[in-house]
Design a protein around this ligand. Structure first.
Ligand code: ATP
Ligand code: MG
Length: 385
C-alpha cells in the first residue's frame, strides 16, 4: 500500500512559485512524519507519494496528513505496474476485501502514453469484475467507487479520498506574530493564517496572579493543538501584571481595554523584530465585543506600524465556533478563564474612543519603560508537531 497525496489546486497553479510551494509542502510532510518513519517520500509530476515502512503505520500517517495545510486529499492505495492485467487483479482484490454489490469505476490517466484511454480501462476492468464476482455497475447509487489513477511509472487504485485542509503550505507566505488570548477566536484566526501559508509565532499576555495554574495550562494546550498544523510552534508568554497595575493607576476604566491592547502591540513589536516577523494576527471580529468597534480597532491598531491581520473580522460567532470545534481548540477555549484584558475594565467600556483622547491619556504612562518591564518577564517555549 502507498499513500497518494493530491495537493491543493492553489499550490499547483502558482506559476513561477510552484516549485517553491511544492518543495515547501514536501518538506512540511517530511518533518511531520519523521517520527513515524517511511520507506519512501517523493514528488511525482503533480502528486506526492509516501511508501510506509509497514501497513500498521497508515493510521498514524493519516492523522498527520489530515492536518497539513496544502494537502487537498489523499488516498490509501493499492499499486501496480502499468499493465491492464495487473489493474484488473488489483481491482478484484479491492472488491473481494470490501464485498460491494454495486460499484462504478473512475479512471484518471495522467500518463497519456498508456495504450488504453480512461473509457477503455473503465470498460475492461468493469466487465472483469462483473464476470468474476457478479457485481452490478451503478453510476448513480453504488456501494463503492474504484478510482484508478495512472501516473508516470505506476498505477494507484483506491476507493476513498480522505479530505485534507487545503490552503497553502505553512511557510510560503511569511512569519506573523499571533496575539493569542484564552478565548475562542484567536486560535481560529491563527489557524486560518496558517492555511494561507503563514508560519505563526504565538504571543500571550497573562496575569497569572489573578488565576489558578489551570489558566497557564490552557494556553499551553492551545499552543500544542495549534502545533498540529505547523512543524514548530513558538510560544512567548509575558507577565502583564505590573504593566496592568500601572495602566489601572493612570487610565480611567472605560478606556483601559483599548490601552491594554495598544500596549500589547507595543510590546509585541519587540517580539516581532526579534523573530523577523512581518506583522500581527488577532482574533478580532467586527462588533463582537466593545473593543471591536471600527473606532476602537482603528485606535488599537494605530499603536503599531506593522500590519495587523484579523481574518475573522467578517465572520460571525457561530461560524467561528464551528471552526474551533473542527480544529480541536474549542474544548480548550471554553474552559473557565478570565482574559487579562477584561481585568478591571468598566462594565460598559467606551465603544467609540478617539486617537487624540487616548494619546493624551497615554502620555501619563512611560510606555518605553513598560515595554522593558514586559521583556524582563518573558517566557519562551517550543512545541513540535
Ligand atoms: P478571543 O476569543 O480571541 O479572546 P474576543 O472576541 O474575546 O477574542 P478580545 O478578548 O477583546 O476579543 O480580544 C481580541 C483580540 O485581542 C484577541 O483575539 C487576541 O488576538 C487579542 N488579545 C486579547 N487578549 C489577549 C492576551 N491576553 N494576550 C494576547 N492577545 C490578546
Ligand atoms: Mg477574549
Amino acid at each position: 500500500m502507498e499513500i497518494l497525496i493530491h495537493y491543493a489546486g492553489e499550490v499547483g497553479i502558482k506559476g513561477k512559485n510552484r516549485p517553491f510551494f511544492e518543495k515547501k509542502l514536501l518538506d512540511n510532510i517530511r518533518s511531520s512524519i519523521r517520527k513515524i518513519g517511511y520507506k519512501k517520500l517523493k514528488k511525482t509530476y503533480r502528486q506526492i507519494i509516501i511508501e510506509p515502512n509497514n501497513e500498521s503505520d497508515i493510521e498514524k500517517l493519516t492523522n498527520k496528513l489530515k492536518n497539513i495545510p496544502g494537502i487537498s486529499y489523499f488516498c490509501i492505495s493499492e499499486t501496480c505496474d502499468l499493465n491492464i492485467e495487473e489493474i484488473k487483479e488489483n481491482a478484484l482484490k479491492i472488491c473481494k476485501k470490501l464485498n460491494p454489490k454495486t460499484f462504478c469505476i473512475s479512471t484518471r490517466r495522467s500518463n497519456k502514453n498508456f495504450n488504453l484511454n480512461s473509457q477503455q480501462i473503465n470498460e475492461i476492468v468493469g466487465k472483469y469484475l462483473i464476470d468474476k464476482l457478479n457485481l452490478k455497475v451503478d453510476l448513480e447509487k453504488h456501494d463503492i467507487v474504484i478510482f484508478i489513477e495512472l501516473l508516470q511509472d505506476k498505477v494507484y487504485l483506491y476507493t476513498k479520498k480522505i479530505q485534507g485542509i487545503s490552503g497553502l503550505p505553512v511557510g510560503v507566505t511569511g512569519k506573523l506574530i499571533a496575539l493569542i488570548s484564552g478565548g475562542i477566536d484567536s486560535p481560529v484566526a491563527s489557524f486560518k493564517m496558517m492555511t494561507r501559508g503563514c508560519s505563526m509565532v504565538l504571543l500571550h499576555f497573562h496575569n497569572y496572579s489573578q488565576h489558578s495554574p489551570e489558566v497557564k495550562n490552557k494556553i499551553l494546550d492551545l499552543a500544542k493543538t495549534l502545533s498540529k498544523f505547523q512543524f514548530k510552534t513558538k510560544l512567548y508568554t509575558i507577565n502583564f501584571k505590573q504593566i496592568q497595575q500601572e495602566i489601572i493607576k493612570q487610565i480611567p476604566s472605560e478606556y483601559r481595554m483599548v490601552v491594554y491592547r495598544r500596549v500589547m502591540l507595543k510590546i509585541g513589536e519587540e517580539i516581532l523584530k526579534k523573530e523577523n516577523a512581518l506583522g500581527f494576527v488577532t482574533g478580532d471580529s467586527l462588533a463582537q465585543v466593545a473593543s471591536q468597534t471600527i473606532e476602537n480597532l482603528s485606535v488599537i491598531n494605530e499603536a503599531t506600524k506593522f500590519p495587523i491581520f484579523s481574518p475573522l473580522i467578517g465572520t460571525d460567532k457561530l461560524e467561528i465556533i464551528k471552526e474551533s470545534k473542527r480544529i480541536g481548540t474549542y474544548e480548550i477555549s471554553v474552559l473557565p478563564y478570565e482574559d487579562c484584558c477584561s481585568f478591571l475594565v468598566a462594565q460598559h467600556p467606551a465603544t467609540k474612543t478617539n486617537l487624540e483622547e487616548i494619546k493624551k491619556l497615554e502620555s501619563k504612562l512611560n510606555i518605553k519603560a513598560l515595554v522593558e518591564i514586559a521583556l524582563k518577564d518573558l517566557e519562551y517555549r517550543e512545541f513540535m508537531n
